[in-house]
Design a protein around this ligand. Structure first.
Ligand SMILES: CC(C)(COP(=O)(O)OP(=O)(O)OC[C@H]1O[C@@H](n2cnc3c(N)ncnc32)[C@H](O)[C@@H]1OP(=O)(O)O)[C@@H](O)C(=O)NCCC(=O)NCCS
Length: 188
């Protein structure tokens, strides 16, 4: 098990290729509470999920991680180093959030298990990960991109110290509809 960071109750560790981790993802990504705000509502087969996430493990550009709370798998977070191309922003928008010399990471997160949302765990998890990205991965800036209608996520990210930068119009497609993202950032 490769731990990225942990405190008394929360551990963020790399996703593993074993059935338990992939089964969790399979069930989570097909859970309405998750796909309402993360991914799309199309039914995902076990094979699809296994292939997609095993590719993430293998390609080493994204760090795909399981969030454990008191040793139970409760959700997923991934982080990756970004530029304007792999983050789907224009050069102008990108210049808005960062200097050329900055090392920038992006985070995507969901808490899937019933009973673990709205309890401050998302905030605690992101704060823990931010600290690690700043201290161990030499990040200068971290960005996150909730849909503008995801008020809970935005409230959570503000509690973590993220500031609103701008709205990227029609940047995220879900179920054939394009949504606006609020681009938020936190600096070291
Ligand atoms: C977004 C998510 C990671 C946040 O984690 P969490 O543990 O639920 O969040 P927290 O409890 O730390 O903070 C949520 C805050 O939002 C507030 N909130 C909840 N519902 C809200 C709503 N509809 N409107 C505004 N604020 C809301 C809560 O009151 C809380 O703030 P408070 O502590 O000041 O009261 C989690 O809810 C989740 O995984 N949601 C489903 C998937 C998702 O949205 N992923 C993010 C995609 S960008």
């Amino acid at each position: 098990m490769e731990v990225i960071c942990s405190n008394n109750v929360i551990t963020i560790r790399l996703l593993e290729k074993n059935n338990k981790d992939i089964e969790c993802l399979y069930s989570w990504l097909n859970n309405k509470d998750v796909y309402e705000f993360y991914g799309d509502s199309k039914e995902k087969s076990f094979t699809f999920v296994k292939q997609k996430y095993e590719n993430k493990i293998e390609d080493h550009t994204t760090y795909p991680c399981i969030i454990e709370y008191k040793k139970n798998n409760i959700g997923y977070v991934q982080f990756y180093s970004i530029n304007n191309k792999n983050y789907e922003l224009t050069e102008e928008q990108f210049a808005n959030i960062t200097n050329k010399s900055d090392k920038i990471f992006a985070i995507d997160i969901f808490i899937a298990e019933q009973g673990y949302r709205n309890k401050g765990i998302g905030t605690e998890t992101i704060k823990l990960l931010n600290k690690t990205l700043f201290e161990k991965y030499n990040a200068n800036v971290i960005v996150i991109d909730p849909k503008v209608n995801n008020l809970r996520a935005i409230a959570c990210y503000k509690k973590c110290g993220f500031k609103e930068c701008f709205i990227a119009k029609q940047r995220e497609e879900k179920d054939g509809i394009k949504y606006d993202n609020l681009i938020m950032k936190i600096e070291k």
